[in-house]
Design a protein around this ligand. Sequence first.
Ligand code: GDP
Length: 447
Amino acid sequence: MTDTIFALATAAGRAAVAVVRVSGPETRAVVAALAGKVPAPRLAGLRRLRHEGVELDEALVLFFEGPASYTGEDAAEFHVHGGPAVVEALVEALVNLGLRLAEPGEFTRRAFGNGKLDLAQAEGVADLIDAETEGQRRQALGQIGGALSQRYDRWRELLVHALAMLEAAVDFPDEDLPEEVAARARPGLEVLNAEIGAALADVSRGRRVRDGYRIALVGAPNAGKSTLLNGLAERDAAIVTDTPGTTRDIIEVPLVLGGYRVLLADTAGLRETGDAIEAEGVRRARAWAQAADLRIWVFDGFHVEQSSGEGSDLLSPGDWVAINKIDIADAMVVADVRNRFVARGLTVEMISAHSPDAIGQFRARLTSHVTSALSGSEFPAATRQRHAERLREAQVYLERALSDVGLEVELAAEDVRLAARALAKITGRIDTEDVLDRVFSSFCIGK
Ligand code: GDP
């Protein structure tokens, strides 16, 4: 039998109100012991809490009768005055009454165990608690609402349907020829394969919303990367000097653009160097830039000879070039350089990192870029690495099933089963303990 757990659900420290949650079979008895009369389910009752003859606080008490509760079991909330001594006294009383402090994520784990939410929804709860931007909040809320789970459920249904046809053919081998079975099972599998392929092409969008869209400022030393970063961040995050090689490590600055989390990195100026520390900085800069979602090559318009400079090889079509220092650059020369970059499929912006107006316009264009990269008509199929991995696994099995279905029905059936299992792991319909541990250990206590 499960034990009864409790945790402080609000942040520790002084506050107007602190909420202590309780969940488990002893909940009703504990509420009665502390508050006297148990309030009617889901209605707040004002009660004096007492333990061993000592008054603890006057509190709002809520009782939820299982299964109509977050965890699916009997649960309660004590809304007490948010002073550390009050919370301490209540916690001591609960321990005295035989309750145990919850592990991180244990409330949500119980909710999962009792079928109140699936694994993807539980992850949405964790993401919503961590959400700092509008984009993260919307995505997490959609995930809790089942936007991600619904898609996986639909895909699993298609697989189960195909599987039923394949298994029928295996059980009654004399009645159906493999080609006939294939003809019936193949269309559904093909639809699914196309949908998973499309989802995989879009797989990083959800993760970018959750973890941040990564933009690397790259370019030669002294091009004005740090000035641009400080302008965009509206504070002095990076050191600006006219001594080349000043930025040696990567400075990551979190920004919010269009409601999305963005990580902007100022990297070491890319140049050949004999200095071991600077060389390491250059190596890291290149690695960060390669993994980023967008590279902005900051180009010194006053020193046009750098146009074939070190690092421009990192750019691919779709990346940006910010031609900087146009306040002192020669307009004709800059126009010529611009055309060369445009011909390479790069988006070119002319800026003066010193000018707040120019920075403002640059920021606006960057915002619309990030917004269109991260917003989509459909809810993303994956918001974590874990989802993307399982999705890829399912695709491998599905493709194998498709190539076997007209020849070896039994092998195809096994692959369809494996594909369904890979998708099921995302919502946790069938799962192993270690996946559960990984998901729930990232929770805070009290959730
Ligand atoms: P980084 O090495 O690429 O990070 O370059 P910095 O941001 O440190 O800038 C190098 C030098 O160029 C500094 O002296 C800046 O003040 C100067 N600088 C940066 N942007 C502009 C600009 O738009 N116009 C002019 N005239 N100077 C700039």
